[in-house]
Ligand binder design. Structure first.
Ligand SMILES: *[C@@H]1O[C@H](CO)[C@@H](O)[C@H](O)[C@H]1NC(C)=O
Ligand SMILES: *[C@@H]1O[C@H](CO)[C@@H](O)[C@H](O)[C@H]1NC(C)=O
Ligand SMILES: *[C@@H]1O[C@H](CO)[C@@H](O)[C@H](O)[C@H]1NC(C)=O
Ligand SMILES: *[C@@H]1O[C@H](CO)[C@@H](O)[C@H](O)[C@H]1NC(C)=O
Ligand SMILES: *[C@@H]1O[C@H](CO)[C@@H](O)[C@H](O)[C@H]1NC(C)=O
Ligand SMILES: *[C@@H]1O[C@H](CO)[C@@H](O)[C@H](O)[C@H]1NC(C)=O
Ligand SMILES: *[C@@H]1O[C@H](CO)[C@@H](O)[C@H](O)[C@H]1NC(C)=O
Ligand SMILES: *[C@@H]1O[C@H](CO)[C@@H](O)[C@H](O)[C@H]1NC(C)=O
Ligand SMILES: *[C@@H]1O[C@H](CO)[C@@H](O)[C@H](O)[C@H]1NC(C)=O
Length: 889
């Protein structure tokens, strides 16, 4: 979403009628895509490139599937249907439409149903904590959760964040994130999500969803789909930076890449019960994500059997009827193309569209039922939810209920402290997500007896203006506890490495000095010369495209360190033969020269750790926590080794972001092109050592795959409504909030009520879109997450992991599979587990390999199948240390 303070910069993006943003957009745009050749890719197998370049289409798919209450949604649907059956047309519309930007307390708020005492639903950022308020915690970012490779950490963090949102009266937390997946290491928002590996992301995404929802708060799993870069995501933002584009950039990718890579974690999220999915700003194959009937109707609601609702990203809606028929259920923040425009594609337009028969009554009922089913699925109810006790737009105690228009002066913030005991969890995940990359001669752990400890770098210290001084963390001052954008939250405090290490050293009786200005390299060199150990902190930041930091428009411009750290590191390491480097980064940074530097004795990646940053890293440096995390991405030697990059300059009026690499991102690309990385995906050291032995493969007895076949029931409707426009006008004497979105009509004349200059233009309702008769269910569908038989366990793979060192430790054994097809990746992660093992003991690592794990997507059949090839399995401690190998036979 956009910066709350930059409304003025939001220009008209895609005007046009509620019905326009034509359905012909559901296909390819314009000429064939430019054929970019990336450096290092000269030897590409042309067949593979052809495969991923072709079939980049989003063909029309109608009608929009209605929710049936399948899987474990039956009881939620029963309650939702009972609730929606009581509603009037306007009350249903109210559930689907935000009231407008900054017009209520939350970043997004639906209408209410006063007649039934149902208050508005509060939708609030962010994936790291409750945004835009106070007395909330700031959790480690998603990328750190990925690095733990620990399902329990993802769930516990989710539950804690859910509790905090619940405590503030939030109905739906906007997160977690599986898009961006992390196609390019420079991607600005990768840190909000987990990993460029879809399996690791899928697992941690699902656990996060379950955790948050266990606290009785809905999730908005986002951003769906292909949202892999910040540049050109919206016309309005682009204009701010002087780029003129006609429409949001289009992520173009083929059906196989869709299923085997980008859609994969969303399938896990839907299977885990995600209550809503947020459609993204980008287009997919030149159709807007929030009105792309192929990705919403067909893939999400059809194939993945999604039972919750689709909500737009903020002003990501580009039409009314077209979006609704393509599968969008809720528009946020409610305003049309422009914040606080006073009009909406939904609201009164939706009431009109139902009355004039363009949107069938069953479709509106489905929208309302899906929304209420999400509410009941997490066992949220009108009795147990408290009031919304904060305002996103001010931390003052008194303020306006309707902030933007200055109406409704009231006590608006109760400053409820919702942090509970979460600090210890945050500290623990911070430490358990820290990856030890280099540790020469057991430099680490330190014992606290070093005579003089010196700490260096801007990244070790505070932002001297305060941890929350830059709006939405849109600067890189001091240590990187959080990156920038709407995925941020206000710090309750930020423990810096300087503070935490000083406390540790002083308590142990040592001497301590720090030098925190990277420009003062000579001062640093002098201190380093005297120190017994030097610890250098450096960072690389990124964020969301509405904020520019040091010339970076969301996406990073490079993969090197910020804040003049490179020169400062050279000065310190040039003068101290025991220099430890800690990097806080939102993704990969180039570390090859530090890996090779003889004076740099240890390197740690600490990610984006949240409020307890300093305590977490001190725990690792001084051995209170034995590192067990693994890299959730590849650290290459050179930027070009990744084979893909951000499109930084528009290549067409509608920027065409061509995913020509197909599924070959991150380690799949390095494997394919035989590039040796500095540190491979899944790599991470410990203070102890582990041995791998005894691979056992057991074939399970399961029946053959049966493609799903069957039909939905016909679309149900709930309740009746009068078709007389006079029954739907504003109640008399109703006092309106200016600019607010209401479901009622201004006029009994539908044309006037719609205010749509293109009202009633014929011929644009796509074939089948209004058909409420029974529909076939896709072969790969049948339940939330897809055909249940995909999740049958075909093999169990076990191995013995032994701690061969002298201290207890945690290890993440990883299982990779080679599917063996001619265009398949060399290997793909399919299982992992974080194990805690005492010295000289062994534990069994066990992975259930499902049918999905060895399947390939057939674009012809539109189903998964197991190719008749030899499937190899590897178990080891990283993607390139795979000592145990076998065959799935
Ligand atoms: C209905 O949508 C159209 C754009 O499609 C817009 O021009 C009009 O103002 C909207 N009407 C209302 C009442 O918001
Ligand atoms: C494109 O899709 C069709 C079916 O829709 C399939 O038969 C064909 O193999 C696909 N082409 C490539 C290159 O994947
Ligand atoms: C719709 O929601 C608004 C804002 O909460 C409220 O003022 C209005 O009464 C609601 N309309 C109906 C029909 O319930
Ligand atoms: C029905 O109403 C919608 C929403 O205002 C409008 O966009 C559409 O053009 C109307 N269609 C007809 C056939 O009147
Ligand atoms: C709401 O929650 C309370 C307490 O858990 C429960 O007793 C009540 O039945 C719930 N209501 C609904 C409609 O689920
Ligand atoms: C590591 O220890 C070995 C044996 O004591 C020594 O030869 C070597 O120089 C040490 N390496 C470094 C980088 O200190
Ligand atoms: C803080 O960050 C801003 C924006 O990146 C930068 O211009 C400024 O120099 C920084 N201030 C300090 C004290 O580092
Ligand atoms: C990379 O970008 C950062 C942040 O803008 C900047 O500080 C640094 O100097 C850049 N590195 C190089 C080598 O240009
Ligand atoms: C390593 O540190 C020593 C001082 O301890 C210095 O003399 C030497 O030049 C440094 N080596 C490098 C490669 O910077």
């Amino acid at each position: 979403m956009l910066d709350m303070h930059s409304i003025a910069t939001v220009l008209l993006a895609c005007a046009g009628s509620a019905l326009a943003q034509n359905f012909s957009n559901d296909g390819n745009y314009g000429a064939p895509f430019p054929n970019t050749v990336y450096p290092g890719f000269a030897s590409d197998n042309p067949v593979v490139i052809a495969g991923s370049k072709t079939n980049q289409t989003s063909p029309p798919q109608y009608p929009s599937p209605w929710g049936a209450g399948s899987g474990d949604w039956a009881s939620a649907y029963q309650k939702a249907r009972a609730f929606v059956s009581q509603l009037t047309l306007e009350e249903k519309v109210n559930l689907t439409t935000g009231t407008g930007w900054e017009l209520d307390r939350c970043v997004g708020q639906t209408g209410s149903i006063p007649r039934l005492g149902f208050r508005a639903m509060c939708l609030q950022d962010s994936p790291v904590g409750v945004r835009d308020t106070d007395f909330n915690s700031v959790f480690p970012a998603g990328i750190n959760v990925a690095a733990t490779f620990d399902r329990g950490a993802a769930y516990a963090r989710g539950q804690a964040m859910g509790e905090e949102h619940h405590g503030k009266g939030v109905d739906m937390q906007l997160g977690p994130v599986a898009g961006p997946l992390g196609r390019t290491p420079e991607g600005g928002r990768n840190w909000e999500g987990f990993s460029p590996d879809p399996i690791l992301t899928g697992v941690q995404f699902a656990e996060s969803i379950k955790g948050i929802q266990s606290a009785g708060v809905m999730t908005s799993a986002k951003h769906y789909i292909g949202y892999e870069q910040e540049h050109f995501r919206l016309v309005s933002d682009s204009e701010t930076y002087g780029f003129t584009i006609a429409e949001s950039g289009s992520a173009n990718f083929d059906d196989e890449t869709m299923h085997e890579l980008y859609l994969w974690p969303f399938a896990d999220g839907v299977r885990a019960g995600a209550t809503s999915i947020m459609c993204s700003y980008n287009q997919v194959n030149n159709s807007q994500s929030c009105q792309n009937s192929y990705v919403l109707n067909h893939l999400l609601k059809g194939e993945l059997g999604f039972q919750g609702f689709v909500v737009s990203d903020w002003i990501g809606t580009h039409s009314g009827v077209a979006s609704i028929l393509a599968g969008l259920d809720m528009t946020m923040p409610g305003d049309s193309a422009v914040y606080d425009s006073g009009d909406s594609y939904f609201g009164a337009n939706l009431t009109v569209a139902v009355l004039n028969g363009t949107v069938p009554a069953w479709r509106l009922d489905d929208m309302a039922v899906r929304i209420m089913a999400g509410f009941y699925f997490v066992e949220r109810n009108t009795t147990t939810r408290g009031p919304i006790n904060f305002s996103s737009w001010t931390t003052d105690t008194y303020g306006y209920e309707h902030y933007y228009v200055g109406e409704g002066w009231t006590e608006i913030n109760s400053h409820v402290d919702v942090r509970g005991e979460h600090a210890s969890l945050i500290r623990s995940i911070g430490a358990r997500s820290t990856v030890l990359l280099k540790n020469v001669n057991n430099t680490l752990p330190l014992n606290g007896k070093e005579k003089l400890t010196a700490v260096f770098g801007n990244d070790a210290g505070p932002n001297i203006d305060g941890p929350n001084s830059c709006s939405d963390r849109g600067c890189d001052n001091g240590t990187l506890g959080m990156a920038w954008g709407s995925g941020s939250a206000n710090f309750p405090y930020l423990v810096t490495p300087d503070t935490a290490i000083q406390n540790t050293v002083v308590a142990a009786g040592g001497a301590y000095e720090s030098s925190l200005d990277n420009i003062a390299v000579d001062t640093m060199a002098a201190l380093a010369r005297r120190a017994n150990v030097s610890i250098f902190f450096a960072n690389a930041d990124s964020g969301e495209w509405y904020i520019e930091v040091d010339g970076n428009l969301g996406d990073r411009n490079n993969l090197t360190l910020w804040q003049n750290a490179e020169a400062a590191i050279d000065a310190v390491a040039g003068n101290c033969s025991n220099t430890i480097l800690v990097v806080h980064t939102t993704g990969p940074v180039l570390l090859e020269k530090y890996e090779n530097h003889p004076n740099i004795t240890a390197i740690l990646w600490a990610g984006v750790p949240g409020q307890e940053s300093g305590n977490s890293i001190a725990d690792v440096l001084y051995g209170n926590v034995n590192p067990g995390a693994k890299l959730p991405f590849t650290i290459g030697k050179d930027r070009s080794d990744y084979g893909v990059d951000i499109l930084y300059t528009p290549n067409a009026a509608v920027p065409q972001i061509n995913f020509e690499e197909g599924v070959f991102i991150d380690y799949r690309a390095f494997d394919r092109h035989n590039e040796t990385p500095t540190y491979e995906f899944g790599f991470g050291l410990s203070y102890t050592t582990f041995a791998y032995s005894d691979l056992h493969i057991t074939k399970m007895n399961v029946s053959d795959y049966v493609p799903f076949s069957g039909y939905t029931p016909a679309a149900p409707t709930y309740g009746n409504f009068s078709t007389n426009p006079a029954d739907h006008v504003f109640p008399s004497n109703f006092s309106r909030v200016p600019l607010y979105q209401y479901p009622w009509l201004n006029s009994t004349n539908l044309t006037l009520a719609s205010k749509d200059p293109h009202y009633g233009l014929p011929g644009s309702v796509p074939a089948g879109a209004q058909d409420g008769s029974a529909q076939p269910i896709p072969k790969a569908g049948g339940a939330p997450g897809g055909n249940p038989m995909l999740y049958d366990v075909l093999y169990r793979v076990e191995a013995t992991i032994t701690n061969t060192g002298s201290v207890a430790g945690e290890e993440v054994p990883q299982l990779y599979i080679s599917r063996g097809g001619p265009y398949d990746p060399v290997k793909e992660l399919r299982g992992f587990e974080r194990l805690s093992i005492a010295p000289n003991s062994s534990t069994t690592f066990s992975v259930d390999v499902t049918r999905r794990d060895i399947s390939s997507w057939s674009t012809g059949e539109q189903d998964w199948y197991v190719r008749n090839t030899t499937k190899k399995v590897y178990v080891g401690s990283s993607s390139r240390s795979l000592l145990l190998q076998g065959v799935l036979a």
